[in-house]
Design a protein around this ligand. Structure first.
Ligand code: NAP
Length: 314
């Protein structure tokens, strides 16, 4: 392909689509390689496609469904001329400019690239786990804790995330069972102390979740003790999976600087180690992981890219 695009955006969650809105309004005619429909969603659009009600995105007094929010972001960028390719980027070459981004055999050349490929929660791998997200299963206590007022719920994991979420969830739930596969926690001592001191938190050691109970809403889980092999039911209406996340950075390994957990390292806003390549959203943020922070960083990446392109033209 001869045409060189000003901006190619890889990824279409809140970060990528906000970058698309801003770059489109700056007349940069971004191409968004938005990914493919997945087994759990008929549209790309990142982790919000896996959620139901979003109540903490500013501006929506009565909340909004995650997929509806993403559809609105997408339409807003399209209105200003963003183009979409509903495929996955399969290869990038960031070693020289213009950069190359491939979808199969099709090559796109770009003066600048914005990476917003996001991250994924690690999942347990039990049957029906993904289809029950939004129906009792959650990967985000900040997002969904509010829905579990007065209920009994479980958190899986033994790291800082699991204990932080368990402690946070006691603001809403009557009882939180932390299910951990070993008998020692990985979490920091201070998190452990906080959770041990909390009367609403109970620990179920040496145990894994093997099954989800309930058809349309979660009614319980089956636990298996990994030492004895014994199975026991646990009646819970919520299951928070907090066993870590991984960033979608496979495409960029060896080309962009990644931290020890595989997240893209950014500096001075959204800049990566390659001039002209910017990163935003969960692919470079393992701390906040919120739609609104991802959108904010998408705006930063768009402005950084626009200014950088302008400086190249001088
Ligand atoms: P993590 O530290 O990797 O812990 C993951 C936990 O999940 C571990 O306890 C692990 O068990 C368990 N686990 C992994 N795969 C599992 C599976 N398939 N089934 C059952 N359990 C499984 O992840 P994280 O807690 O998300 O923390 C990630 C990083 O962020 C850490 O560096 C953490 O310190 C940091 N963080 C900090 C804060 C804070 O300071 N406020 C809050 C959250 C996270 P094992 O222990 O047996 O491996």
């Amino acid at each position: 392909m001869d045409e060189v695009k000003d901006v190619v955006i890889v990824g279409s969650g809140p970060a990528g689509l906000t970058a698309a809105i801003y770059t489109a309004r700056a007349n940069l005619r971004p191409l968004v390689i938005e990914g493919e429909p997945s087994s759990t969603s008929d549209q790309p659009g990142g982790q919000l496609m896996l959620t139901t009600e979003v109540e903490n995105y500013p501006g929506f007094v009565d909340g909004i469904q995650g997929p509806d929010l993403m559809a609105a972001f997408r339409a807003q960028a399209a209105r200003f001329g963003a183009e979409y390719l509903t495929e996955k980027a399969t290869r990038v070459d960031l070693s020289s400019r213009p950069f190359g981004v491939w979808v199969g055999d099709q090559e796109f050349r770009a003066r600048s690239v914005i990476v917003s490929t996001g991250a994924q929660s690690r999942m347990l791998g039990v049957p029906r786990e993904r289809e029950m997200i939004g129906h009792g299963v959650s990967t985000c206590a900040t997002c969904d804790g509010f829905f579990f007022g007065g209920q009994e719920i479980a958190v899986v994991g033994g790291g800082d995330s699991a204990l932080e979420e368990a402690t946070f969830l006691t603001k809403f739930a009557d009882k939180v069972s932390v299910v951990h596969r070993r008998d020692a926690l990985r979490a920091s001592k201070i998190m452990q102390e906080r959770a041990f001191k909390n009367d609403k938190v109970e620990f179920v050691w040496d145990s894994v979740v093997t099954d989800l109970v309930g058809d349309r809403r979660l009614e319980g889980v089956t636990l298996q003790n990994v030492k004895t092999g014994a199975s026991t039911p646990l009646a819970v209406t919520g299951l928070f999976v907090a066993i870590g996340h991984f960033p979608n950075t496979g495409l960029f390994t060896g080309q962009l600087d990644l931290d020890e957990n595989g997240y893209i390292v950014t500096h001075d806003g959204s800049r990566t180690n390659v001039e002209g390549v910017f990163a935003c959203g969960d692919v470079q943020d393992h701390v906040y992981r919120q739609a609104v922070t991802a959108a904010g960083s998408g705006c930063m990446a768009a402005i950084d890219a626009e200014r950088w392109l302008e400086a190249q033209a001088d």
